[in-house]
Design a protein around this ligand. Structure first.
Ligand SMILES: [Zn+2]
Ligand SMILES: [Zn+2]
Length: 85
């Protein structure tokens, strides 16, 4: 749930914060560059800001199904996760 007073996205500080990061609770605008979505339990979706993405990736390795932005960095993280399984 987001607040109804004016808050701007904590990542870009340009757009309004329309969503909330499920990890840190700050407002994010929902742009793919600022927030990433992860499949979560029971078909729900976890939205996390860019700053939390790395942390969350490490926690949620089995649930990482859909490809978000396939950056080399992300793929490197994924490869490590798969190796450690
Ligand atoms: Zn933003
Ligand atoms: Zn966050």
């Amino acid at each position: 749930m987001y607040t109804d007073y004016d808050v701007s996205c904590k990542e870009c500080d340009v757009f309004d914060g329309l969503e909330m990061c499920d990890n840190c609770g700050y407002a994010v605008c929902g742009h793919p560059a600022c927030v990433s979505s992860f499949p979560h339990y029971k078909n729900s979706v976890w939205s996390v800001c860019n700053s939390c993405k790395e942390i969350v990736l490490k926690k949620f390795k089995p649930y990482y199904e859909k490809k978000i932005e396939a950056s080399p960095e992300t793929e490197a993280v994924m490869a490590l996760l798969l190796l450690s399984n």
